[in-house]
Unconditional design. Structure first.
Ligand code: SF4
Lengths: 897, 1060
């Protein structure tokens, strides 16, 4: 049997543990722990212990010769022939795929094709269940005896899966790691003779770990140390675990003033951050325990913004490290071969550095910009289409070629090629502290999936699915950061902190204690029956930890922090530890936690207003345009400042998120197809015209989108076809009415008040009878509004567009005697509304043409004067510049003229 | 002694402000008093905030009763008064409190959504979901809708599926192909997907036999008219026309018919054409003339006869188009549904709407007989159900709940209860599928004449919120809705009477103020602004409201202490009021804004994020250059942008923003600083998603709504909808009404339910609504439209009720006097008719008022001894100790890697091989204790290559000698780990082999360190620091002078041994 030793709780874990381990050391020679196998609750606790031992021995001028310091899971080394996670998952998934057990997943094929990667999804969940059971020294078949009738079928299915997986492993000459662990626990432990096993303050040994210790105790001394006074002995079981019956009603000696209740998590984070910053400033000891890793990260970010680095010992999912993201992007690319996944890969800086090196690019920006332009021009969805279109560009096709060439390269070599091109980080930036851990983790993951792939002869696709499933399951642990003066710890190691002041953050239900409510496989009642720690055990453990923590710290040294709401406003319940009050105090405690006003982050007392502004550059005289297009005027009239941004500063967005033709692209395509009408100037047969137009459209579409445009574009082209059909009728009718196109796509140049004007005209036609001229502009807007409506606002008597009046003006300048009318050839969404509408200058107050030209003169004068202010009051519906116009009113300084 | 009252199933109607939460909490407490387990009670509501209030109310009431005899008496009184069982004594209360707090994690007090998630999670496999569940964030823009992308990108669909979908889409948008396909489909899906799930039966979609009594003419295309004859007849009539205007109109008429004859797809979009249609479909015999402009053309009998088949043909065309559209819509939604299901199955990502869907009987796979399973997996047995805000419950939500609690209602004697509370007068969420009819229908379903399964509790009308004057306004308007409309609106009388009838069914009694606030001063007023006249535009209700706020700010001392709400109908209106206030330098909070972007810094940050991935984006580049970021040391060079991009990959967007924040001095810009912190938090949340892009990050941030309370103004502007559940000292309600409440009826779809008294009536038919004039010629459609219109109008009334009942002390209503000949009924009319039927419009004086306009002079009674806030955290209060920082750590050992140190090395197969190989070599050396001279171990079980290498190395006598035991007392340590603190650094390491010489007294005198390397080429300098560390550590461990320690690198591959 193991030897249970009690130590009192006046001191914290660390000094007590040091005392335990140094009791036989006289200070002469090194502290020799070679024969000790030390078991600690967490990795981080082990680290603290090693560090403390090193310090303590250093004070006596010596050092430590250490033995293994392990967490309970690593008590026993596993044999060499065990299968790794990826193999187990793949076997389970393969079995599931071959014969989906209806008892487990009744609906296997109804809603989605049942494939390997779905089966992997289920396998990972089952494997997690198995792992939990393994901790309880159980397997699925053991559980059969424990579950009620209605769950039998399901567990039988799992047990069978487990069995078959075991057999397959045996066939492969390997062992199931979970079963191997259990067998090892039951076998005589193979420790070097003379080994002393010292379990230091592990309050929640799993049944399996206990079983291992028991096996060891047959031949080796096993000491279990408990951080509690001997008088409390009967409140613990034989393995030093607090007994729920004896703890759950224990009130904590907790002063209400030491509980800080916050309105929401960011308030709590800010309070901790401010206290830490102050402590740092005054060089005061202050420990912070953040049981919730998300909040720990939030705290680290908050402090980072204040230039204080915080080291987080928490594990990071391998898939979220920088190289992990690169691999993930590449895997997605290999599996999807889509344009979007290509982008995701190209946008990874490590991929860029590789391509820059491999293709000897001067500037990797060209590559990304080319990608954006190619994407928005051709809207490819598949990689192969993208490659097709990329031919028109310079760097992009080479980059895509490089990617294509590597699709068969073994992943490890590919990543190696990429990272070999990596240059040292630029001075002033920190190297990625996780890089080498992540690189090793990825390499071994790839290696293990490769082995599984070979062993099971998986297809390439399945191998990729397996890797993608396994990637997020792995974790890497950051090395201590020498640049981080502060660190946080988890709840289970808070005892290992020797600062007299400790802030316990996230004191809420579900975190401390970690309560589980509802589970698909292991609900609490079953956990208890299976011997796994249940909710009561978790509560007892945490109550004990809190009790010991309070006992070992000066009064007021331990602070409990709780936020009523999470950052996303989800309500949070306080930890029941905070409610472990004597009956007499409970009502007041309830009131404190639930009713009394909570703390909020300090806010400025006066209503704050934003003070920072945008300071656009002044317009330099040489930038004032000397020529304008007829279409520029509406832009200026709509908003002079946006005109300045777009036409003078040439600010233009570039992106790759277009999924269909935008209105402009739609219009351009329509225009290009309609150019065909010039050749049909005399045609009156709508069918013949239609045929030509549609043929032209098909040709253009094929050029722009290739043989397989995305479905959205197919629909758009269809709409365009509809409109062109209607346009054919309208065109035929106009020919019948005597109109003939005399020029199409004609550029008119002219001058107004010394400003060079330019217009690209869709269609100039002349009437056969009287020689009248009509200038038409094709309009593909959905609504099909008449020209007067889009040009002129009668209530305000202002022009908002001058395109058509300027057409007339320019034409007149060349042909002073012509009788010219102007108008739209509209192609709106309701094809039946397709028609030619002339702009009727005759308003209520007479001819408006002169006022239009007067407006044009004003615009020209204003532009020449560099007058681009103020911006329009009304925000346009679609505003490229929306981000610049934040604030009420917009926070933009008037550019100095 | 009388037995404690029973807790019966009950439905409670509770008017605004009458303490619904209180009633619900009473019920909960009574259940506890009657001995119910806390974990067996389910209390559900709609918002997280409301859920929090319910829990805190239950706990604080129980705590107060546990704390003192007076508190106990109070609780007992309240429960008894409500005819509920009370606690026997204070110890019983204390025990209940203890049990409640111990059961905290088991309490099921929350939102319907969270409850549904809670029960779905353990049943995900049964629900057909293969992955862990995750609630997907709502979509910010259609481009992020992966399901839609899956549907619309070639990659996801087989060619025939694509063709079908294309056809479907064309049908669904028949004749209206907009340019944006994504936008159109996204909108269709957003608006109609829930309907498609409620009406999965394809027969419900556009089936003429379900809609028309005589569907025959719509079932088969009629034979096209004999057009030649038709036009000939028309030409004959044309000759009879006299006036030129008439013949022009006639020409148009025939032109239209010609187009119909051409391709049969004529669109009746314009007014003239719709009128024609109306004329066409007039009952036979009445079709004597065709309206044109102000006149009409009388049809000759021959013409009438010739036109009859034309009209039938056109009717078919027009209605068939809607039928096709409706079916197309069904197919489109079904295709989306399949894609959606596939996505859910594989990813486990669900929206909140999916939860109920997956749990509802029919679609879900969890039949009610699995109750035992459910109890087992949830470790709970739910016996008591308390449902809050019941009027907002949707049919699908009810289907889930009903499925779970039918044992309650079918087994009335068991220890199980249902209680629901709501106010159908406040049902304003029908657009979110809330169905207030459920309130009554459930009673209808379960109550039999012989047996009352659910009791209708006495409605609550006593307000704990509003002053008597506010209530007077509410009672006057809503207790007395005008039975007769002004004569100008007589056309609406029928509709209106039905609406009033519905309203009266919900309005039980006038509201009255509770005793506690009976004497509270207050004020209510209605301003009736004059109609706009030609020249001088009168004040609009908005500008009047703004003036009023300005005035109040001057009049009311300590104005900031009072909460003031300005309620508007739409977001756009709210923003315009905000602008108007800002123009007067009054800062208000817009409760719907996203203040994160209300400054110049955050938008620039988004541009930077964009620029990193899209370096050609000149907009982003120049934006940054003119922004406050230009002052930071961030460069926009390719290398600098790449470094930022890498930072994002390493630390997420949160790290990126935090890092930037550290470079900015925002001490003078507190608001910007606060926004930046919020952004960090939002970014951290965003970073949880895998594989994100800069554009997604920007869209995510732009879509954020930040809680409004941040800016600290007491004036809030919000929509009437958003105001539900909130209360303010003063409410100002400026009504800007463009449309009448009865003109809102038209929706894109006409949906007809079967006549049924079931709580969930099946959908009978659905039809894409044709033009209004066309609807009016088709009786079944017209009836449905009228019903929709009335429903919508009723909701408008409810919205007004909600808005008015938000006020505690003062309520100001502002409307414009209706025009005398106005034919539309607006909420303003109702206010005027009820409050001030005879008043003249006046912008400056109220047309009606009650109470004291200086209401603030009487202070509200201080809330009963409000408890002090929780203690703040201060460093000064913590025990002080100087920082005892653990020394900076260093690993002295390196991995067993050889070769050069390129970053790609670890990935190379050679890299991991070398690592493995190195490890194997080390293992072999570790096996060696001492070698006898000439003895070279065979390593029989070892890896052959490693063994060969080691043996070759040892074959060199000089090398062999290192492992031979020297004379004297020698300790041998292999793979020995150590910990030491040297020069303030904490050093950990593992020494491959150490020979420790001791003198006869046992004191160490000399040490030899050996380290095995498998490098391809020996490079001593590379390993020198490590060896130096070892030397120092050994010196410290054994108290040896460093010069007595040798260190030797054994390069196994090359056979070199080099001392360092
Ligand atoms: S929501 Fe309204 S009615 Fe319900 S309890 Fe709160 S204040 Fe009263």
């Amino acid at each position: 049997m193991c030897d249970l030793k009690f130590h009192g709780w006046d001191l914290a874990s660390l000094p007590t543990a040091v005392t335990i381990l140094t009791q036989d050391w006289d200070g002469n020679g090194p502290l020799d722990l070679r024969h000790c196998r030390i078991v600690v609750p967490t990795r981080h606790a082990g680290r603290r212990l090693r560090s403390k031992l090193a310090q303590m021995t250093a004070e006596k001028g010596s050092a430590v010769l250490s033995g293994p310091i392990v967490t309970p899971e690593h008590l026993i080394p596993l044999p060499a022939d065990i299968a790794d996670d990826s193999l187990v998952l793949a076997l389970l998934a393969r079995r599931l795929l071959r014969q989906p057990p209806a008892a487990l997943f009744p609906d296997a094929t109804a809603n989605a094709p049942w494939d390997f990667s779905m089966a992997l999804g289920i396998a990972t969940q089952l494997q997690d269940v198995r792992r939990q059971l393994n901790d309880a020294d159980q397997s699925a078949s053991d559980v059969l005896a424990l579950v009620p009738d209605e769950e039998q079928a399901r567990w039988q299915a799992i047990a069978q899966l487990e069995d078959e997986m075991g057999h397959e492993l045996t066939r492969l000459g390997l062992q199931d790691p979970l079963r191997a662990r259990r067998e090892a626990a039951h076998r005589r432990a193979d420790l070097p003779p003379g080994t002393r096993v010292v379990v230091v303050f592990v309050p929640d040994l799993s049944p399996l770990a206990a079983r291992m210790l028991q096996s060891m105790s047959a031949h080796h001394p096993v000491e279990l140390h408990v951080l509690a006074p001997a008088s409390e002995r009967d409140r613990f079981d034989a393995w030093g675990r607090p007994l729920p019956d004896r703890w759950e009603t224990e009130p904590l000696p907790l002063d209400e003033h030491h509980i800080h209740v916050y309105e929401q998590a960011p308030d709590e984070t800010e309070a901790i951050a401010n206290t830490l910053l102050e402590a740092e400033q005054h060089q005061r000891a202050l420990a912070v325990c953040t049981p919730d890793p998300d909040n720990a990260r939030a705290l680290a970010r908050h402090l980072q913004a204040e230039n204080l680095r915080l080291y987080l010992p928490n594990g990071v999912p391998l898939g979220t490290t920088a190289p992990g993201r690169l691999l993930s992007a590449w895997l997605t690319f290999l599996r999807q071969r889509s344009c979007a996944s290509t982008a995701a890969f190209l946008r990874h800086p490590d991929a860029q550095e590789w391509l820059q090196h491999a293709l000897e690019l001067d500037d990797v920006r060209d590559l990304l910009s080319e990608f954006d332009r190619c994407q928005s021009a051709h809207l490819p969805t598949a990689f192969d289409d993208l490659r097709e279109f990329a031919r028109d560009f310079t760097v992009l096709p080479r980059a895509l070629e490089a990617m294509a060439q590597h699709t068969d390269t073994p992943l490890g070599s590919f990543l190696a090629d990429i990272y070999d091109c990596r240059r040292p980080p630029p001075p002033g930036t920190r190297p990625d502290p996780l890089f080498s851990e992540a690189a090793n983790g990825l390499a071994s993951l790839i290696h293990s999936v490769d082995e599984t792939t070979q062993r099971l002869s998986l297809t390439d696709e399945d191998a990729l699915a397996l890797l993608q499933t396994a990637l997020p399951r792995e974790q890497v642990f950051p090395r201590p950061d020498p640049a981080a003066p502060r660190e946080t710890i988890g709840w289970l190691e808070v005892q290992w902190e020797d600062s007299p002041a400790i802030l316990l953050a996230d004191m809420r239900e579900g975190v401390v204690p970690e309560t589980r409510v509802g589970d698909a496989f292991l609900p609490d009642s079953l956990r208890v029956r299976a011997g796994l720690p249940g909710n009561r055990d978790a509560f007892a453990r945490d109550l004990f930890l809190a009790r010991a923590l309070l006992a070992s710290h000066p009064s007021g040294g331990v602070r409990f922090l709780y936020s009523r709401r999470a950052a996303n406003q989800d309500p949070q319940l306080p930890s029941r530890l905070l409610l472990a009050a004597p009956d007499s105090e409970l009502p007041a405690r309830v009131s404190l936690l639930f009713a009394r006003p909570a703390l909020r982050a300090a806010r400025p007392a006066i209503p704050a207003r934003p003070v920072l502004q945008l300071t656009p550059p002044a317009c330099r005289p040489e930038k004032i345009p000397s020529r304008l297009r007829a279409t520029d005027f509406s832009a200026y009239l709509a908003c002079p400042f946006r005109f300045y941004l777009s036409r003078i500063l040439h600010m233009r967005p570039e992106a790759d998120n277009a999924r269909e033709l935008d209105p402009m692209g739609f219009g351009i395509l329509a225009h290009e197809a309609l150019q065909q009408l010039e050749a049909l100037s005399r045609a009156t047969d709508p069918t013949a015209i239609q045929d030509q137009l549609l043929e032209q459209l098909d040709r253009l579409a094929r050029m722009q989108f290739g043989a397989r445009p995305p479905l959205a574009v197919v629909v758009q082209l269809d709409s365009l076809r509809q409109r062109l059909r209607a346009a054919a009728h309208v065109h035929a009718a106009s020919v019948r009415d005597g109109w003939r196109i005399i020029r199409a796509e004609e550029t008119l140049n002219g001058e107004l008040d010394g400003m060079h004007l330019r217009a690209r005209i869709d269609r100039i036609e002349q009437h056969v009878d009287d020689g009248r001229i009509r200038i038409l502009d094709y309009k593909t807007s959905d609504a099909g509004d008449a020209p007067l409506k889009t040009h002129y606002q009668p209530q305000k008597k202002v022009w908002v567009d001058l395109q058509l009046p300027l057409y007339r003006y320019l034409y007149h300048q060349k042909n002073p005697d012509a009788e010219v009318s102007v108008g739209y050839f509209t192609l709106p969404k309701a094809a039946t509304d397709c028609q030619i509408v002339e702009l009727d200058f005759q308003g209520k107050n007479g001819d408006l043409y002169d006022s239009a030209i007067a407006t044009a003169r004003e615009v020209i004068a204003a532009i020449r004067a560099g007058c681009f202010w103020p911006p329009a009051q009304v925000r346009p519906t679609y505003d490229d510049f929306a981000l610049l116009f934040a604030g009420q009113p917009p926070l933009i300084e008037e550019p100095s003229p | 002694m009388t037995p404690p009252p029973l807790i019966r199933n009950a439905a409670l109607a509770a008017s605004a402000g009458t303490g619904k939460t209180f009633a619900l909490s009473s019920r909960y407490l009574a259940l506890l008093a009657a001995g119910a387990e806390p974990g067996s009670i389910v209390a559900l509501t709609f918002t997280r905030k409301a859920a929090g209030e319910i829990l805190s109310r239950i706990l604080t009431r129980l705590a107060a009763a546990a704390a003192s005899p007076a508190g106990f008496a109070e609780l007992t009184e309240r429960l008894t008064e409500a005819h509920l069982p009370a606690f026997a004594d204070r110890p019983a209360v204390q025990a209940a409190l203890r049990s409640l707090v111990q059961s905290l994690p088991l309490l099921r007090i929350g939102t319907l959504d969270s409850f549904f998630l809670h029960i779905l999670r353990p049943f995900r496999f049964e629900a057909g979901i293969a992955a862990e569940l995750a609630i997907a964030p709502p979509l910010e823009n259609p481009e992020d809708n992966l399901i839609l992308q899956g549907l619309l990108e070639r990659t996801a669909l087989a060619p025939d599926e694509q063709r079908e979908l294309l056809e479907t889409f064309k049908q669904a948008t028949f004749g209206e192909e907009k340019k944006s396909v994504y936008g159109s489909i996204a909108r269709l899906v957003q608006n109609q997907y829930e309907l498609a799930r409620r009406a999965p039966d394809p027969e419900a979609w556009g089936t003429p036999a379900r809609i028309w009594a005589d569907p025959a003419p719509l079932l088969t295309p009629p034979v096209p008219p004999d057009w030649a004859t038709v036009f000939a007849t028309l030409d004959v009539q044309a000759e009879t026309l006299q006036k030129s205007g008439e013949s022009k109109a006639w020409e148009k008429f025939t032109a239209i018919l010609r187009e119909v004859s051409d391709d049969g797809t004529y669109d009746f979009g314009s007014v003239l054409h719709r009128r024609l249609y109306t004329a066409f479909t007039a009952p036979d015999g009445e079709r004597t003339d065709i309206p044109f402009g102000r006149s009409a053309i009388t049809l000759l009998p021959e013409t009438q006869e010739a036109l009859a088949p034309v009209f039938a043909y056109i009717r078919f065309l027009v209605l068939n188009r809607q039928i096709i559209r409706t079916r197309g819509l069904y197919h489109l939604l079904a295709a989306y549904g399949r894609e959606h299901r596939r996505h859910m199955t594989r990813s486990g990502q669900l929206g909140f709407n999916d939860l109920a869907q997956l749990l509802a009987p029919g679609d879900g796979q969890i039949p009610p007989c699995r109750r035992a399973l459910m109890d087992g997996r949830l470790d709970a047995h739910f016996r008591h159900w308390l449902l809050d805000e019941f009027q907002d419950t949707s049919l699908i939500q009810w289907a889930v709940i009903e499925n779970l609690l039918d044992e309650v209602l079918q087994n009335p004697d068991a220890d199980r209860t249902l209680f629901y509370v709501g106010d159908t007068k406040q049902a304003i969420y029908e657009w979110r599928s809330g169905d207030p009819r459920l309130f009554q229908r459930i009673l209808d379903k379960y109550n039999r004449p012989s047996h009352t399964a659910i009791e209708r509790a006495a409605p609550l009308v006593q307000s704990w919120r509003s002053s008597p004057y506010v209530l007077e306004a509410v009672n006057t308007v809503f207790g007395d809705l005008p039975d007769v409309l002004p004569s100008s609106l007589s056309a609406l009388a029928d509709d209106w009477n039905q609406i009033v009838g519905c309203w009266k069914a919900d309005w039980t009694k006038p509201h009255e103020a509770a005793d506690k606030i009976k004497d509270l001063s207050g004020h209510a007023a209605l301003y009736l602004l004059p109609q706009s006249e030609k020249d001088a535009p009168p004040p609009s209700p908005f500008s009047r409201a703004v003036d009023l706020v300005e005035q109040l700010q001057q009049d009311i001392p300590e104005f900031e202490r009072y909460s003031v709400a300005l309620l508007t109908r739409s977001n756009a209106e709210g923003l315009s009021v905000l602008d108007a206030l800002a123009a007067k330098n009054i800062r208000a909070v817009w409760a719907g804004n996203s203040p994160l972007l209300d400054n110049a810094l955050i938008p620039a940050l988004l541009s930077l994020a964009r620029l990193i991935e899209h370096p050609g984006d000149t907009l982003a580049r120049r934006h940054i250059a003119m922004s406050p970021l230009a002052a930071s040391p961030i460069a926009l060079t390719p290398a600098a942008l790449a470094a930022q991009g890498r930072l994002i990959r390493e630390q997420g967007y949160a790290g990126f923003v935090a890092q930037l924040a550290a470079t900015l001095d925002l001490s003078k810009a507190p608001l910007e600083l606060a926004r930046l912190r919020t952004l960090i938090a939002i970014a951290a949340e965003f970073d949880r998603q895998p594989d994100t892009t800069a554009l997604q990050f920007c869209a995510h941030v732009q879509a954020q709504d930040i809680a409004a309370e941040d800016t600290g103004s007491n004036i809030q502007i919000l929509t009437m909808h958003k105001a539900k559940g909130l209360e303010y000292d003063m409410v100002i309600l400026p009504l800007m009404e463009r449309n009448g409440i009865l003109s809102h009826g038209k929706r894109p779809l006409l949906i007809h339910e079967q006549d049924s008294h079931e709580p969930i009536p099946p959908v009978d038919w659905i039809l894409a609504a044709p033009e209004q004039d066309i609807i009016s010629t088709e009786p079944p459609l017209a009836d449905q439209l009228a019903a929709d219109r009335r429903g919508k109008a009723l909701e408008e009334l409810r919205l007004l009720y909600v808005a008015m009942t938000r006020a505690r002390r003062a309520l100001v209503l502002i409307t414009t006097a209706p025009g005398e000949k106005s034919r539309t009924l607006r909420l303003g009319n109702i206010l005027q008719q009820t409050l001030a039927p005879d008043a003249m419009p006046d912008a400056d004086a109220p047309a009606w008022e009650t109470g004291d306009s200086a209401w603030w002079k009487q202070a509200a009674r201080a809330p009963t001894s409000s408890p002090p806030p929780a203690a703040p955290l201060a460093l000064a209060d913590l025990p002080a100790a100087p920082t005892a920082r653990p020394p900076a750590a260093r690993m002295a050992s390196q991995d067993h890697v050889g070769g050069d140190a390129n970053a790609g090395w670890p990935f190379r197969p050679e890299g991991s091989l070398a690592r493995d190989f190195g490890t194997r070599v080390h293992d072999l050396f570790e096996q060696i204790e001492w070698l006898a001279p000439g003895d070279i171990p065979a390593f029989p079980d070892a890896d052959a290559d490693a063994a060969q290498l080691v043996r070759t190395f040892l074959a060199l006598p000089a090398n062999h000698a290192f492992l031979e035991k020297p004379a004297g007392t020698i300790d041998l340590l292999r793979e020995q780990a150590f910990e030491a603190v040297l020069d303030g650094r904490w050093l950990s390491g593992k020494i491959d082999r150490l020979h420790l010489e001791r003198n006869p007294a046992g004191k160490p005198v000399r040490a030899h360190i050996f380290d095995y390397k498998t490098d391809q080429t020996p490079d001593v300098d590379r390993h020198r620091p490590q060896m130096e560390d070892y030397r120092q550590a050994v010196a410290r461990l054994f108290a040896l002078p460093p010069e007595h320690i040798t260190a030797t690198l054994l390069f196994v591959r090359t056979g070199d041994a080099r001392s360092v």
